[in-house]
Design a protein around this ligand. Structure first.
Ligand code: ADP
Ligand code: MG
Length: 668
């Protein structure tokens, strides 16, 4: 049997402060009595009545049935699980207070399993609403209430904000707010409690957000105080690259490049997030940043979340950079021992100027001779915690993070507040938006015809196999089966297959064949989600699209529409659709803008999953709501800046209080 302490731990409660911050999920009104005759079905009420009769019935189930009466009406109460002692409690003549819903039953109005108490006539009623707390198996409401009451009585809960500031912010005192939420008076506006808009709620949310802002801003400042190599733009390699390209940089790329160029010239570590929709050309901006490090005699590293993406980067970047004489190396987990050893040695000796790879780059004791810049692609895949962990590794190189998943404003003001953000808000010219179609699997034949027609016209197509989260083996099996099937369906086409389990050189070969049009139809697992870049591929079929997340669908779809031809993404779905799947498909069908898709994604999934924090264990806000409390986030942000600037004693006082609570968000 778990102890009370263990059960509290389950709720994340470890201290008295945790207890008082464990707020009710809802309330029950036991402050007034309702006459039995006035109780309406479906509305929980407190009633008081006298026992007339009680009896244990054995059919159809063992049941304790109690008949009660007040001045003018009767009530039947039934208990299916009961102790023998309860039978005795309900002796005729006893007065009982019961809380529950009255509903019409076989014999008349009845209550089933109400909460009840034997009382004396005229016993006083509680003066505040009764809190109902979120709890866990084996921890009763009454135990929890008692513990929280005790904690409330014993804690001082003085305010971390000065009166003057608090009044200026139009916030209630902290202590008062906490007490209020545990014991609200009966006349309170129930909706404002439920929707957490009541001033008492606002105060708690504000304090939580303020703590988060302090943590993020302090981390930010701490970083600004650290030193990093100064890598000013020498305009040698960077200019050479720009000159060698067959196209000019977009305005947005130029802007991003110049912001990053300035950051790198600073003697403090850059932590910048470069954010731009799929296909906006982030890789080029990353290449320029890397060259700036190399120009200054430092090394750069680029890390991608999957091997196939790392490899795509490697191919693209060597193509760009080797003509400039830059030494680029590739490091991935699957590299043969000898090749890896060679690569690592070259990195350690500083012969490699730019290392590209998967997270293997920052594991297994890779020692860079002189790492000046670390670039992380598709940062969102690494999650918040990993981003922070990475920053503490290997001294203080500058860091550039890239993501195609836009961060909604609320997130960039909160979870990402320790970063600087640059947005590439423009796609290279000549792109035509991808036309998205939703097609039920019954109409597969039409899709097959479509592929045949496009490929006859010289275009190329992807067939993306379903994501099977439970089993990688099954996913692989499905991919191979699909491949065989496609070969049968399209004897006239050359069909290729690429999946995550292939050897790197096999994968590279397939991708090279696809690029060179030696493959017309490429069957792929979701490994092609990011990075693949074949402008002539204008058709993509995504099978079981209903299983995929919004970000994933958007990323996948971004693999087409890379040339000037109009491209199509066909989302093949299987019936019946769940409500969530239907919504996702609708969002992806209606939107081409990555920002809007991300916003919807955040709404649908909540910030926890969105941030990938569920896996990485980064704590989340528990009172404030990133969507609804934008005004409070802004208020907290401004206040945090002001107090930190003023070196106010409030900062440490506030951080100290919230640091001790569960789920507090901190650490860099
Ligand atoms: P993402 O931002 O999704 O990582 P990429 O960096 O892969 O996008 O770029 C997408 C494609 O656009 C690549 O083929 C790249 O070479 C090309 N590209 C990048 N910048 C430009 C530009 N300024 N003009 C034309 N094409 C560009
Ligand atoms: Mg990219």
């Amino acid at each position: 049997m778990a102890s009370v302490k263990e059960r509290l731990e389950k709720l994340g409660i470890r201290s008295n402060l945790d207890l008082v911050l464990h707020l009710p999920a809802r309330y029950e009104d036991e402050t007034k009595l309702t006459r039995l005759g006035e109780a309406r079905a479906g509305v929980p009420v407190l009633v008081e009545a006298e026992v007339v009769d009680s009896d244990v019935k054995y059919r159809p189930r063992r049941t304790l049935v109690v008949k009660l009466r007040d001045e003018d009406s009767e009530l039947w109460v039934r208990f299916l699980n009961f102790y023998p002692s309860q039978v005795k409690q309900f002796a005729p003549g006893k007065r009982v207070r019961l809380f529950g819903e009255v509903r019409p039953g076989f014999f008349g109005d009845e209550m089933v399993h109400p909460r009840y108490k034997i009382v004396q006539k005229g016993a006083p009623l509680p003066k505040s609403l009764t809190p109902v707390y979120p709890t866990t198996a084996g921890l009763s409401q009454s135990t929890l209430r008692e513990l929280i009451e005790k904690a409330l009585d014993s804690l001082v809960l003085d305010d971390t904000l000065d009166d003057e500031l608090r009044e200026r912010l139009k916030l209630r005192p902290f202590r008062e707010s906490v007490h209020f939420l545990h014991r609200p008076p009966p006349k309170v506006d129930a909706r404002s409690l439920e929707e957490r808009t009541h001033p008492a709620w606002r105060r708690l949310k504000f304090d939580e957000l303020l703590a988060q802002q302090f943590a993020m801003r302090l981390a930010y400042r701490e970083r600004r105080a650290k030193s990093a190599p100064q890598l000013p733009d020498q305009h040698t390699l960077t200019n050479a690259l720009v000159k060698s390209l067959p196209f000019p940089l977009t305005r947005a790329q130029r802007n991003a490049h110049s912001v990053i160029a300035k950051d790198l010239a600073q003697p403090h570590p850059m932590r910048r997030l470069l954010q731009g929709d799929v296909g906006s050309g982030k890789t080029l901006v990353a290449a320029l940043a890397a060259l700036q490090a190399v120009e200054n005699g430092w090394q750069a590293a680029l890390m991608a979340p999957t091997e196939i993406l790392a490899e795509q980067h490697y191919l693209k970047l060597t193509h760009w950079l080797e003509p400039l004489g830059v030494k680029v190396a590739w490091v991935a987990g699957s590299l043969k021992a000898r090749a890896k050893k060679t690569a690592l040695e070259s990195i350690e000796q500083g012969a490699t100027q730019f290392a590209i790879g998967t997270h293997a780059l920052f594991q297994e004791g890779v020692a860079f001779a002189k790492l000046g810049l670390a670039i992380v692609d598709e940062q969102h895949r690494f999650g918040v915690a990993q981003r922070l962990a990475l920053s503490s590794k290997g001294g203080e190189p500058h860091q550039l993070m890239m993501s195609a998943t836009p961060i909604p404003r609320t997130l960039s003001m909160s979870y990402y507040a320790d970063l600087d953000v640059t947005v590439i808000d423009e796609l290279p010219p000549g792109r035509t938006p991808v036309v998205t179609k939703l097609v039920a699997e019954e109409r597969r034949d039409e899709v097959i015809k479509r592929i045949r027609d496009s490929c006859e016209d010289g275009a190329q197509a992807y067939w993306v196999c379903p994501l099977i989260e439970e089993s990688e083996t099954l996913q692989l099996k499905t991919a191979i089966e699909t491949f065989e099937m496609m070969k049968g369906t399209f004897p006239e086409l050359s069909v290729g297959l690429v999946h995550g389990r292939m050897k790197p050189d096999e994968k590279a070969q397939v991708m090279a064949d696809f690029k060179a049009k030696r493959i017309q139809l490429l069957v792929a697992t979701t490994v092609i989600e990011v990075g693949v870049d074949v402008p002539n591929a204008t058709l993509m079929v995504i099978e079981h699209a209903e299983r995929m997340g919004l970000a994933q669908l958007h990323q996948l779809r971004g693999r087409v529409g890379r040339g000037t031809q109009e491209s199509h993404a066909i989302l093949l779905y299987y019936q019946p659709l769940s409500e969530a799947a239907r919504t996702r498909l609708k969002v992806i069908y209606e939107n081409n803008d990555g920002f809007e898709i991300a916003r919807q994604d955040l709404l649908l999934r909540g910030p926890g999953e969105y941030l990938g924090a569920r896996q990485s264990g980064a704590p989340l806000l528990r009172f404030a709501d990133l969507e609804k409390d934008v005004d409070l986030i802004e208020l907290a942000r401004g206040t945090a800046e002001e107090l930190i600037d003023a070196k106010s004693h409030t900062v440490m006082k506030h951080v100290d209080r919230w640091l001790g609570t569960r789920k507090f968000y901190l650490k860099a």
